[in-house]
Write a protein that binds this ligand. Structure first.
Ligand code: ADP
Ligand code: ADP
Length: 230
């Protein structure tokens, strides 16, 4: 029933920075977990280990019962099921919103152009960009670009979505529109792991809040308990 199982995960970077120390975290299907903690505490590193953008030094990670450390595992296959959204939107500048969302389904999932386009249109509508599908990233606001990035990740039909400070690079007036899309994803039952400083989002949407410090997961709480002291 746990779609993510991380056990005693250690990460030591080549420069010997010990970024993760025995991090264990199990996440249920449909659960929304928010990770908070000071800068440099390992939040981003941990998130990246979950789709193997970062290999781990010790421990095990299972995604949907598939071990990421097993040499026989096809990591690309697992990665397809774990979508990721970054602080910087990383859209292809020479492609329209629609082109960005269609790309991976065509290249990776080998979908036909027609099918990919139809699904991309639906996804762009879902993130509120029906009127902006043919815009290039340079003609979209930061909030719109981030919503395209979310649609692009969803186009791979992931089972899990990872968000690494998805609103940190946005002007304040655009934060809400991105959080609203994330909220609706959560309501639709998506399993989500979110690194964010948006405490309102954590309080409202998270099933659990976990706190990292100096590479360790120091505690976890339900949002109600976590926020009850303020
Ligand atoms: P956070 O996301 O909480 O800010 P990070 O996971 O980015 O933390 O970083 C955790 C620690 O690992 C920090 O000390 C950081 O400097 C270090 N670190 C992150 N990425 C690398 C890297 N590619 N190479 C070496 N050290 C890194
Ligand atoms: P974040 O906390 O959002 O990951 P950082 O400023 O910590 O932002 O890291 C930005 C980038 O630099 C990341 O790709 C990270 O892996 C890399 N990085 C961070 N610390 C180090 C480091 N000590 N050595 C090499 N790369 C690093």
């Amino acid at each position: 029933e746990h779609i993510i199982r991380a056990e005693n995960v250690d990460k030591v970077y080549p420069n010997l920075c010990h970024a993760l120390k025995k991090v264990s975290l199990d996440i249920k299907r449909g659960e929304v977990v928010v990770i908070i903690g000071p800068s440099g505490s390992g939040k981003s590193t941990f998130l990246r280990t979950l789709n193997q953008l970062e290999t781990i030094s010790e421990g095990t990670i299972h995604i949907d019962d598939i071990s990421l450390t097993d040499k026989k595992t096809n990591i690309n296959k697992v990665r397809e099921e774990v979508g990721m959204v970054f602080q910087s939107f990383n859209l292809f500048p020479h492609k329209t919103a629609l082109g960005n969302v269609m790309l991976s389904p065509i290249k990776v999932l080998k979908k036909s152009k027609q099918e990919a386009e139809q699904e991309a249109r639906e996804l762009l509508k879902r993130v509120g960009l029906a009127e902006r599908m043919n815009n290039y990233p340079s003609h979209l606001s930061g909030g719109q670009q981030q919503r395209v990035a979310i649609a692009r990740a969803l186009a791979m039909m992931p089972k899990i979505m990872l968000f690494d400070e998805p609103t940190s690079a946005l002007d304040p007036e655009m934060v809400g529109e991105v959080l609203d899309v994330m909220k609706s994803l959560a309501n639709d039952g998506m399993t989500m792991v979110v690194v964010t400083h948006e405490m309102g989002f954590a309080r409202e949407v998270a099933d659990r809040v976990v706190f990292m410090e100096d590479g360790e997961l120091v505690f976890e709480e339900s949002p109600d308990r976590f926020f009850e002291s303020d």
